[in-house]
Design a protein around this ligand. Structure first.
Ligand code: CA
Length: 231
């Protein structure tokens, strides 16, 4: 299951826009249209990764929700949505516990990038980035950067390892070639995305039972690849 994100926004269009974009990236999204609803979710949900809170709301506003959430959870990532510059002053000037803010209007790419970034930080804070990942016959030890299939070590290059780790951290999510390229080669690498295909072919030879009929790394035609989460 994806990491849980809370979105508090009273404007339905903006809320749906955010929900669609986060769900596409594999996140589990909980929606609240009022501060009161958001507080209820916060009380009932044991582990939120990130909360996206609109400031301007009738009733309990986003800043109050932010303070409440921060008191309950020191590690959760909090992004405030602001519409006006005066509000930015409130977020940055006063102590509310917010980590970041985004000014409307914003692009989905920007929003998802901020959420991804905060999730990574939450993992670091919780030490979760070092836990082993499991999927079907596979175990990925992130501490030793090693992949096991049925507890037998599979020899991967550093690059191949980075790709497999990215898949196992995002099981079931369609990842496009550029995302894989950025993650494994780094953002500064300006190479042809076809190099991803070459490496996927090599990985398949090492991990698939039959690499001409892959069942772990699936091709998403015209897009990229997806780790089969139902193995
Ligand atoms: Ca609003």
């Amino acid at each position: 299951m994806g990491k849980t994100i809370l979105i508090l926004e009273d404007e339905k269009d903006i809320r749906s826009f955010i929900v669609i974009n986060l769900k596409r990236k594999g996140y589990r999204v909980l929606e609240a249209s009022t501060g009161e609803e958001a507080l209820k979710i916060i009380d009932n949900e044991p582990f939120l990764y990130v909360a996206i809170l609109d400031i301007m709301l009738p009733g309990i506003d986003g800043l109050e929700v932010c303070e409440y959430l921060r008191q309950k959870d020191e590690e959760v990532g909090i992004i405030m949505l602001t519409a006006k510059t005066q509000e930015i002053d409130k977020v940055t000037g006063l102590y509310t516990g917010a980590d970041d803010y985004i000014t409307k209007p914003f692009s989905p790419v920007e929003l998802v990038a901020r959420v991804d970034g905060l999730c990574r930080r939450v993992d670091l804070l919780k030490g979760k980035d070092q836990e082993d990942l499991y999927s079907g016959p596979f175990r990925l030890s992130r501490e030793s950067r090693t992949l096991f299939k049925n507890e037998k070590r599979i020899d991967l290059t550093q690059l191949e390892y980075a790709i497999v780790q990215y898949f196992l951290e995002n099981p079931g999510v369609a990842l496009n070639r550029d995302e894989i390229l950025n993650e494994a080669w780094g953002e500064d690498f300006f190479g042809d995305a076809k190099i991803v295909d070459v490496n996927i072919r090599r990985i398949r030879k090492k991990i698939e039972d039959n690499s001409s009929n892959p069942k772990y790394i699936l091709t998403v035609w015209g897009y990229g690849y997806r780790w089969n989460s139902s193995i």
